[in-house]
Design a protein around this ligand. Structure first.
Ligand SMILES: [Zn+2]
Length: 241
């Protein structure tokens, strides 16, 4: 039976001369594999639509546990703003790769809406670094290493929090020479953790703090997630130009 799903192409792999296998993040089924037969041929009308980073409705013959078959595509949003900007497309490449890794660990349906809300905000010119960091904070729980930011991780107290260590807060009483992290970073991490991405309309955060949070998250991902992505290295290079 032909099924309509809403989705985003995270990556594609060539299959033979003229076909592609799509890694599609869908609202309905999480990440699924789709065979797109003949879409690389010049005569195929789907050719311009079926590419990496297409956001649309996909009409498929859905098959559990094997490749579904693509029949047609309708674009929902061409993401023109992102595609015309090297920095923005580099962010999109990174968060697409990251999302692919996250859905390998956990195919929770909420990941789709977090991801789509983030790219739509980047398309609408909100700060891509802050949005990416917010998404990174939210993804940690699906990777099994979520930040615990509500109380001291040792005693459960909520007063006199002095730093964060290994994903948990530490209060003055339990403090034992861990590195001190700026209080504003803890406050912002908490905000990143709780904010609903869809409802963000502006992001006015001090640049220095934004950079510090980014460094904190880079370090945290390196230490605790085991995820290493070339697109992340590329993004770090592009950002500094
Ligand atoms: Zn404590």
């Amino acid at each position: 039976m032909l099924t309509k799903v809403e989705g985003f192409i995270l990556s594609t792999v060539d299959y033979g001369e003229s076909s592609l296998v799509l890694n599609l993040l869908t609202k309905e089924y999480g990440t699924i594999g789709i065979m797109a037969k003949g879409v690389k041929s010049m005569k195929n009308k789907m050719r311009p639509l079926v590419q990496k980073y297409t956001y649309g409705f996909f009409y498929i013959y859905y098959k559990e546990d094997k490749l579904s078959i693509l029949k047609d595509v309708d674009i929902i949003n061409p993401l023109k703003n992102i595609h015309n900007d090297l920095l923005k497309i580099s962010y999109l490449a990174y968060i697409s790769d990251l999302t692919k890794q996250v859905t390998k660990e956990n195919n929770d349906r909420e990941i789709y809406s977090l991801f789509i809300s983030t790219i739509l905000k980047i398309e609408n010119d909100l700060n891509p670094l802050i949005l990416t960091n917010i998404l990174e904070v939210k993804y940690l729980k699906y990777l099994g290493v979520g930040l615990s930011l509500d109380c001291c991780s040792k005693c459960g107290g909520t007063n006199n929090i002095v730093t964060i260590n290994g994903g948990g807060l530490i209060c003055q009483k339990c403090y034992n020479n861990e590195a001190i992290i700026n209080k504003n970073i803890i406050k912002l991490l908490r905000m990143y953790n709780h904010v609903e991405i869809k409802s963000i309309t502006k992001l006015n955060i001090d640049n220095q703090l934004v950079d510090q949070i980014n460094l904190f998250l880079n370090d945290y991902y390196n230490r605790y997630t085991g995820i290493y992505l070339k697109s992340k290295n590329f993004l770090e290079k592009i950002k500094n130009i």
